[in-house]
Design a protein around this ligand. Structure first.
Ligand code: ADP
Length: 468
C-alpha cells in the first residue's frame, strides 16, 4: 500500500531560500519540498518569521493567531502565517514572534554551536512551536534539519508523541552545545550535563540521513565525526546518504535573469560575455585569455580559506584573476579585504551576501574553487558545473561524489596549500587546450543535478517510516 500519500510531512529548518539564506541548507529547504510535491508528497515547511524576511503582504495570510506554548517558565504566544515556497504551491508556515525572531537568522558570525544563549532560546522556542504546529495540523512526520531543530526528535521520543521524526545532517561541524542550565531554564528539563542538540537528535530520530553517500561513510570516522562517530555508528542501519540536488530553474544559465548574457551548452561561446562583464565590473581590466577563478562561500574554517590564504602570494604570481564572494569569520574577511588594495586588476573580494554577484560569478568565472577540509555535499560545485564553470575541489565528502577528476573538474587529496596550487596549475594547463576544456565544461553542464532521484529516495523513507 502506498501509505506515504496519506502522510503529512513538515520540514522544520532555520533557513529557506530565498527568504532566509546563509548557505546550502537554505537551498535544500527551498527546493527539495517542491520536488517532493511533484511526485505526490504532501509536504509543508515551517520557518521562523525572522524580522529580516520581507514578503509582500498579498503573499501571506494569517493561518492561526494567539497560539501558545509553555516556554521559559511561562505561557508564550505566537502566530502562524501561511505563504508558499517560491513559484510553487508548497505551503510555507512562518512563525511570528517578535520576542524570539527579530533581526537576522543567526546571532554569531559563524552560525556555530558556540552561539549565544539567545540562539539557544530562539531555536528551542522554534522547535517547540514546530511540535505544537505538527500536533494542531496533524502532521505525521517532522523532517528536522541540523542542530537547530535537534530537540524535536528528542522530545518526540521522550514524550511518545504521535508523529515520526527524521533528522537530516547537513553539517556535523555545528552541533548546538549549551550549558544544561540554559536548556533546563527554557525547556523545563532536567539535564545534568551540557546539552548537545545534534547528539540528542541522533538518539531520538527514527531515521537519520545526510547529504551525500560519501559523507555518510566519512562521519563514521574520528576524522569527520566531530566526536559523534560512535553515536552515529550505533544508528548505522537507520543512516542513509542521499545526494543533494539543486533547483535547476533557479540555477540555469539559459534562464538566469541576474547575468549579462544567457547561454546554454550549445552556445558556450556566449559565456564569454559574462566573463567580460566580471572583468569590466570588478577587475577594471578585460583580457579574455586570463582565466578567472571564482569562490562563493561562507567564510568558515571548514571551507579551506586557510589554504587560500597560505598560498595567496604564490597564487597572485600566476596569470589568473581571483574573485571571492563571502561572509563569515572576521579573520578571513579582514585578510581578503586587505588584499583588495594590493592586487587591483588581479584580485577582488566582496565581503557580504550577494545573490546577484553570486550568479554573475557562476556565469562569468572559468573555474570555481572549493578547497574544503570537509564538505557534506557542497552545492557550489553543482551550480558551477551547470554554468560550465569548472570546479577545483578537495576530494572529500560530496565533492568526491559529484566531481570526476579531469572529466568534470579537478580534485586534490590532501588539505595542503601546495596541493591546492598543484591542482590549479593542472587546471591551467587544461585551460590552454581549448577543445579539451570545452569538453569538460560540456560534460559538467550535462550532468543531472536535479532533485528527481533523491526526492524519490526521501519519499521511500517516508513510506517505510509509517508503513504498518
Ligand atoms: P554551505 O551550505 O556549507 O554553506 P554549500 O556549497 O552547500 O555550502 O551551499 C552554499 C550556498 O550558499 C550556495 O547556493 C552558494 O551560492 C551560496 N552562498 C554562499 N555564500 C554566499 C554569499 N556570500 N553570497 C551569495 N551566495 C552565497
Amino acid at each position: 500500500m502506498k501509505s506515504a500519500l496519506k502522510n503529512k510531512i513538515l520540514f522544520a529548518a532555520s533557513e529557506c531560500a530565498p527568504f532566509a539564506k546563509v548557505g546550502g541548507l537554505a537551498d535544500v529547504i527551498g527546493s527539495l519540498p517542491k520536488a517532493l510535491k511533484k511526485i505526490g508528497a504532501d509536504v509543508s515547511v515551517i520557518l521562523p518569521f525572522y524580522g529580516k524576511i520581507k514578503i509582500e503582504k498579498e503573499k501571506t495570510k494569517v493561518l492561526k493567531e494567539k497560539l501558545s506554548i509553555f516556554f521559559d517558565g511561562e505561557k508564550r504566544f505566537f502566530n502562524l502565517h501561511q505563504s508558499f515556497l517560491e513559484n510553487s504551491n508548497v505551503p510555507l508556515i512562518l512563525v511570528e514572534s517578535e520576542k524570539y525572531f527579530e533581526g537576522d537568522i543567526y546571532l554569531t558570525e559563524d552560525a556555530s554551536s558556540e552561539g549565544s544563549e539567545k540562539e539557544a532560546e530562539r531555536f528551542f522556542f522554534f522547535s517547540k512551536v514546530a511540535i505544537k504546529t505538527a500536533e494542531i495540523l496533524n502532521f505525521s512526520i517532522i523532517h528536522c534539519h541540523d542542530w537547530h531543530t535537534g530537540i524535536i526528535p528528542f522530545l518526540a521520543k521522550k514524550n511518545n508523541l504521535k508523529f515520526k521524526t527524521i533528522l537530516t545532517i547537513h553539517n556535523l561541524g555545528y552541533q548546538g552545545i549549551y550549558d544544561s542550565k540554559i536548556a533546563n531554564r527554557f525547556l523545563g528539563s532536567e539535564f545534568q550535563n551540557d546539552i548537545n542538540c545534534l547528539r540528542i537528535a541522533l538518539s531520538g530520530a527514527d531515521i537519520i540521513t545526510t547529504v551525500s553517500p560519501n559523507y555518510a561513510k566519512e562521519i563514521l570516522t574520528p576524522e569527520f565525526g566531530f566526536g559523534l562517530e560512535e553515536k552515529i555508528k550505533k544508528r548505522k542501519k537507520d543512516l542513509f546518504g542521499i545526494i543533494n540536488g539543486i533547483d535547476e530553474e533557479q540555477f540555469s544559465p539559459k534562464e538566469d535573469s541576474y547575468i549579462a548574457q544567457k547561454y546554454s551548452e550549445k552556445e558556450l561561446d556566449l559565456k564569454k560575455e559574462n566573463k567580460k562583464f566580471l572583468q569590466k565590473e570588478y577587475f577594471k581590466k578585460v583580457d579574455l585569455s586570463v582565466p578567472i577563478i571564482g569562490v562563493i562561500s561562507r567564510l568558515a574554517e571548514q571551507k579551506g580559506f586557510d589554504l587560500i590564504r597560505d598560498s595567496f602570494e604564490r597564487l597572485m604570481k600566476k596569470n589568473i584573476q581571483l574573485i571571492i564572494l563571502g561572509k563569515g569569520m572576521k579573520e578571513f574577511e579582514d585578510f581578503f579585504q586587505s588584499k583588495n588594495k594590493e592586487y587591483p586588476g588581479k584580485f577582488f573580494a566582496k565581503i557580504g551576501f550577494d545573490e546577484n554577484l553570486a550568479h554573475q560569478i557562476y556565469a562569468g568565472a572559468d573555474m570555481f574553487l572549493i578547497p574544503s577540509h570537509f564538505e557534506p555535499c557542497g552545492l557550489g560545485q553543482l551550480i558551477a558545473m551547470k554554468y560550465g564553470t569548472i570546479p577545483i575541489a578537495r576530494a572529500v565528502g560530496g565533492l568526491k561524489d559529484t566531481i570526476e577528476h579531469k572529466k568534470t573538474g579537478f580534485l586534490f587529496e590532501k588539505p595542503e596549500s601546495q596541493e591546492l596550487l598543484n591542482a590549479i596549475k593542472d587546471s591551467l594547463s587544461f585551460y590552454r587546450k581549448e577543445k579539451i576544456w570545452k569538453k569538460i565544461q560540456t560534460e559538467g553542464m550535462k550532468q543531472d543535478f536535479s532533485w528527481q532521484n533523491s526526492a524519490q529516495k526521501y519519499l521511500e523513507i517516508y513510506r517505510d517510516l509509517t508503513r504498518v
